[in-house]
Every structure is written in C-alpha cells, then in structure tokens.
Design a protein around this ligand. Structure first.
Ligand SMILES: C=C(CC[C@@H](C)[C@H]1CC[C@H]2C3=CC[C@H]4[C@H](C)[C@@H](O)CC[C@]4(C)[C@H]3CC[C@]12C)C(C)C
Ligand SMILES: C[S@@+](CC[C@H](N)C(=O)[O-])C[C@H]1O[C@@H](n2cnc3c(N)ncnc32)[C@H](O)[C@@H]1O
Length: 366
C-alpha cells in the first residue's frame, strides 16, 4: 500500500475508533446523556476539584465515616455528591438510580422496571391517587410508576440539578401533567399534613442522618390508612464489625455513596413503629429465589474501563470539566465495595418495608 494511502487509512480507522468510543459506546443505555454532555451538576467547571475535595472533607480520615459529618451538614454534603455524580450515573446506568434483582434472560431495563412497578402494586396505586416519591433522583421510577398505575406522582430531591433533569425527562416522556418535581429536604417537606394517598422511597433514605426524621415526615404527609413502601440500604445479620474485610466493604460503600452511616436491617421496622406506622410487610428482596442484584455491576467492568478512557480523553480535550476523572475513579472503587457487599451477603440495597398509617393515629405518633 502507498504510504499516503496507509496514512489516510490509519487516520480514518483512528477517527472511527474515537467516534465509536465517545459517541456510540459512550451513549447512555437510556438516551438522555452522552459522554460529550457530561457536567458536574450545577458546579461551575473550575470549581469541580474544590467541591470534590469538600466532599471528602466530610470524612475525617479514610476509615472514619458516620461520625465525620454532623447531621445538619448532611443535606449539603449529599447535594454536592449528586452534583458530582448525577450525569455519570445517567450516562453509565440510566435514569433510575437504584439496583434490582437480575431477571435471567431479560434486560437490565426490564429488571429495573419490574422492581419499580412492584412499588406501585404494593401501594395499590391507581388513577386518581396522589403519590409521593421521597428522594426521586432524575425521576426514572416516578415515570415508570405513573405510567404503570395511572397515579399522579410528586417527587422531592435535595438536588436542584436533578429537579431540572427530571422535569425535562417528564416533558420528553409526555408525563409532565402527572409527574411533578420539587426541590427540598425530605426531613422537612414543603407539603401539608395528610396530602398524599401513598408514598415510596427507593434507595434514598439511607442518605438521611436520622431515619426517624424522614419516616416522621412521610407519616405526617400521608392520609390516614395511606401506605408507604421503602427500599432500604442496610447491613444484614451476616455483617461482623470485628471482620476487617466486612468493615472495609461497608466503609467503602458509605464513602462512595454519600452515606452518613449504614443502618442495621432490624432498625428499620423499629423506627417505623416509633413514628406511628403499622408494619404490614418486611422482606429483603435480595434473598433467594431472587437473582443477584450485583451481577450488573460486575459485568460492567469492561464498560467502566472504556468510560474511564472516554472521560480522560474528553478532559484532555477540555470537553468534560476537570475532576470528572477523579469522581469516576471513586465510583469505580465504590462498585467494587458494593459487589463485595452483595457477594458476601453482608449488605442489601433492597430491604423492603410496607408500612401503613393507622386510620386513627396512636399517641406515640401524635
Ligand atoms: C442508591 C445509590 C446509587 C446506587 C447506584 C445507582 C450507583 C452506585 C454505584 C454507581 C456506579 C458505579 C460504577 C460507575 C462506573 C465506574 C461508570 O463507568 C458508569 C456508572 C457506574 C456504573 C455508576 C452507576 C450508578 C451506581 C451503580 C446510592 C448513592 C445511595
Ligand atoms: C440514589 S438516589 C435514588 C433516586 C431515585 N429514588 C431512583 O431510584 O432513581 C437518592 C436520592 O435521594 C435524594 N436525597 C438524599 N437526601 C435527601 C434529602 N435530605 N432530601 C431530599 N432528597 C434527598 C437525592 O437527591 C437523590 O435524588
């Protein structure tokens, strides 16, 4: 081959490879985010590094987690975290920021939807019902639940950037008349007492420094006899605080997911009862016969490597803001700790509780 032809062929192949990496493979599983559109939420490009250091400053030392962040600072810390990770989550995972048991022979998208529709079914949701999504992210579950049940859903998130993303997705899906999004703190919600028929939280209340405060708020805004379903992140009875490998995995999960401290499985129903709920059902949805939720994380390793290369290239080209690589590395490490948590059975992200507000509130809740 002529040298000139060879050079042109190589250049064309190089261009095709970059195109494939960035635009084709780099596109989100669920359209909405592409690698070239990655932002760090509402953080200005030149402030990303600072905010990332600020995020880590919440943890006094690498091994110190829960005690590091004082309760009143947690919402701001969680808000910073979601400015840093929301676009990477959407790009690499989709519009639903949670896990689900895998369904053999079916896609991740199907498994995610089934896990979300289960919430609507447990709540006996239907047309004319008004539901609250506590910690709604960019609204993947909200849209699935509204579409499946015909209910009206109001979501709340602490992160303004997610509010804008969720509203844009709702409009695009043609669901904006039935899906609303509000920016606020789920420990002090801007809703009147007894204003919802049902409520749910999917992998969100683990960010609360006090579960009592969130559950108390949900109890307040629910109508009497209203149902509440929550998928909780907890340690299981298999967790041993004297096993260094267990501690490393749990601390890794807390540090990489902005958690003020994981709760034990047995604390959830106890807190629910304390604020006045009746516990209708409690079940770890990760237990067999459910198929592992962490296989999706494990199988993704090749794409994480590709994503890392794409991000480095885009940072070099100044298309992506500086600091994205560090955030991506943090998530890569977090995926490892989550996988260890799942494989050892010491952690579950789907301890489900179905709670009911009594017709007549008891004195404990009053
Ligand atoms: C409920 C929470 C979030 C749960 C999950 C949605 C996310 C937990 C860890 C995230 C990820 C880890 C690895 C990333 C990968 C390196 C990157 O290339 C693409 C995105 C990831 C797969 C990312 C996606 C979302 C998670 C699985 C917490 C915060 C309470
Ligand atoms: C892991 S995401 C889950 C989002 C959504 N439930 C889903 O499954 O896609 C956790 C959500 O909880 C929200 N959150 C955390 N702490 C909050 C608080 N104090 N008030 C309101 N939202 C909060 C975050 O902003 C984020 O939207």
């Amino acid at each position: 081959m002529e040298p000139a032809t060879m050079a042109w062929t190589l250049a064309a192949a190089g261009f095709a490879l970059v195109y494939w990496f960035v635009w084709v493979m780099g596109a989100a599983e669920v359209q909405g985010k592409r690698a070239v559109d990655l932002q760090m939420g509402s953080i200005a490009d030149d402030k990303v590094g600072d905010r990332y250091s600020q995020y880590w400053s919440f943890f006094r030392s690498p091994k110190d987690t829960a005690a590091a962040a004082t309760a009143d600072k947690v919402p701001a810390f969680v808000d910073t975290f979601y400015n840093l990770v929301t676009d990477i989550y959407e790009w690499g995972w989709g519009q639903s920021f949670h896990f689900s048991p895998s369904l053999p022979g079916r896609s991740h998208r199907d498994a995610t939807r089934v896990h979300e529709e289960r919430v609507a079914d447990l709540l006996q949701a239907g047309p004319g019902k008004r539901l609250l999504d506590v910690g709604c992210g960019v609204g993947g579950p909200m849209r699935a639940i509204a579409a499946h049940s015909g209910s009206h859903v109001v979501g709340i998130t602490i992160n303004e950037y997610q509010v804008n993303r969720a509203r844009a997705h709702n409009r695009k899906a043609g669901l904006d008349a039935r899906c609303e999004v509000v920016c606020g703190n789920f420990m002090a919600m801007p809703f009147p007492d007894a204003s919802f028929d049902g409520a749910y939280s999917i992998e969100a209340t683990c960010h609360a420094p006090s579960l009592r405060d969130v559950y108390g708020e949900v109890f307040r805004v629910l109508k009497p006899a209203g149902l509440y379903v929550s998928y909780e992140w907890v340690t299981t009875p298999l967790y041993r605080a004297d096993d260094p490998a267990h501690v490393e995995a749990i601390h890794g999960i807390e540090r990489g997911d902005a958690l003020p401290g994981l709760r034990r499985q047995d604390e959830i129903a106890a807190v629910a009862k304390e604020v006045g709920f009746e516990v209708v059902k409690e079940l770890d949805l990760a237990l067999p016969p459910a198929h592992p939720w962490w296989t999706r994380l494990k199988m993704g390793r090749l794409s994480y490597w590709r994503n890392s290369l794409v991000i480095r290239a885009l940072t070099l080209l100044r298309v992506a803001p500086k600091g994205v690589s560090e955030v991506h590395e943090m998530l890569y490490e977090t995926a490892h700790h989550l996988t260890r948590g799942g494989e050892t059975g010491i952690f579950t992200p789907m301890h489900m509780v179905l709670l009911r507000k009594p017709e007549t509130p008891t004195t404990a809740a009053a």
